[in-house]
Design a protein around this ligand. Structure first.
Ligand SMILES: [Zn+2]
Length: 445
């Protein structure tokens, strides 16, 4: 069986598997919800109280499930990261890596990839999606395997996503068959609006005290104004809190219970001048690549566990399928992390890459992270994440032997991922109305 770790040894799972063999009748499949949140950095959910949003719903899921402390997006913008989450393949191989800000000519996902929806449909699930963000349009290939695929444009209000889902609750949950739902929320993405009543929470108000005059769209306010970083961040955190509430309503409305499986992840983070820049898609520092990942397995399997080893979005689909006892596609490049959840299993290096505005590739191996920045005049940066989680001190010159070791793995892995790359992907051009909207949003000039 290619590309898969050991089967789960959990008593729960083994009981299900053995029960199936003994009685000859199919065990109930858990319903599955995949929630992806755009632009959500890990510390907005996991961080210290003055740096994070209030997220009682995500906290509750982490309590009844497993929290991955160091989960990495493979890239720092939507298209490559989401293509990886849905396909279990690395951006360098699935090939959805470009989308020029001028032409916005995103590649279409290859038809051969085996998405969550396709794998689960094959296993008897009904499959439904409600998503936002133009990078996830149906005809960009993200609708593969779905019975229904509702795309809500660039909807930045999670309540609308949730409402659209619950308007079709009967269609989703009424058939008696197990169902899979994918929800994508876009609220934390620029623009950052002050979302009430969440903006009135104590932690956000502490930040917002310095923000007299910052009302409306904080992200659009010029970054030269005093306290921009703090105020943009306060607005951003209120968006995160609002998303959390919308997710809670979706899960409640669908009647999700302890026996169901819920995955929450994000496509990338957001920078607030930590390394000089804003937004995302330019670098591979922690603020844009480290994302929350929470999985509530059925019946509180390993409830409350925190996995400290780095894992990638690329690993999520193979892990969930292994949990369900579903044969993974041989195309998957991620590895199941169920062993790590159960307190065993080995960590492995993760490859990161962004190639939109500037080419950067990188590798995370345990506590070490190496970045190779630029094509010509390439620059190396090496960080010890255990002692320097904010990547302030480049140790490349000082710890050259570690840098060289990581570079060797990076070069080999990159070549292997590239060798398997899908060739001649089709491109989808945006029509006139879409271009108009993208201009209004500041995506293109
Ligand atoms: Zn995104």
């Amino acid at each position: 069986m290619p590309g898969i770790g050991p089967r789960p040894r959990s008593t729960t799972i083994m009981a299900v598997v053995l029960g199936l063999a003994a009685t000859g009748c199919a065990p109930p499949r858990p319903n599955i919800v995949l929630v992806s949140i755009d632009t959500l950095r890990a510390d907005a959910v996991y961080g210290k109280s003055n740096r994070r949003a209030e997220t009682p719903v995500l906290d509750g899921l982490a309590e009844r499930g497993v929290r991955f402390e160091y989960a990495y997006a493979p890239s720092s913008w939507t298209a490559p990261s989401m293509a990886t989450l849905v396909s279990g393949m690395h951006p360098i191989t699935h090939g959805v890596t470009k989308g020029s800000p001028k032409a916005f000519n995103q590649k279409i996902l290859h038809g051969r990839i085996v998405t969550w929806a396709e794998a689960l449909k094959e296993a008897g699930y009904r499959t439904h999606a409600v998503v936002t963000n133009g990078h996830l349009l149906a005809d960009l290939g993200f609708d593969q395997g779905f019975d229904t695929y509702r795309h809500l444009g660039w909807q930045g209000n999670g309540n609308v996503v949730t409402r659209s889902l619950l308007d079709h609750k009967e269609e989703i949950a009424g058939s008696g068959e197990p169902w899979f739902v994918w929800l994508h929320y876009y609220d934390p993405h620029l623009s950052y609006l002050w979302r009430y009543p969440f903006a009135k929470s104590e932690s956000i108000q502490k930040l917002a005290e310095k923000c007299a005059g910052y009302r409306g769209n904080v992200g659009r306010v010029t970054s030269r104004r005093p306290n921009w970083t703090v105020c943009a961040r306060a607005g951003y955190l209120s968006e995160v809190a609002a998303t959390d509430a919308a997710i809670g309503q979706a899960l409640d409305g669908l009647g999700v219970r302890d026996r169901d499986l819920v995955v929450v992840a994000a496509d990338h983070g957001e920078e607030f001048r930590e390394h000089g820049g804003k937004e995302h898609g330019f670098t591979l520092y922690e603020e844009v690549t480290r994302v929350p990942l929470i999985i509530a397995f059925p019946n509180r399997w390993h409830a409350g566990n925190v996995v400290e080893s780095p894992v990638g979005l690329v690993d999520v689909l193979p892990s969930v399928l292994e949990y369900l006892g579903i044969e993974p596609s041989h195309l998957y490049q991620g590895k199941s992390f169920l062993g790590l959840v159960a307190g065993r299993g080995e960590q492995r290096p993760l490859i990161l890459a962004v190639d939109r505005f500037r080419r950067v590739i990188g590798i995370v191996d345990g506590r070490w992270k190496l970045l190779k920045i630029g094509d010509k005049n390439r620059r190396f940066e090496l960080y010890d994440l255990a002692n320097d989680p904010h990547e302030r001190k480049n140790l490349y010159a000082e710890r050259r032997e570690i840098g060289d070791r990581l570079d060797e793995i990076l070069v080999d892995s990159y070549q292997e991922l590239k060798r398997r790359r899908f060739k001649k992907l089709k491109t989808r051009d945006f029509d006139r109305d879409e271009v108009k909207m993208l201009k209004a949003m500041g995506y293109i000039e």
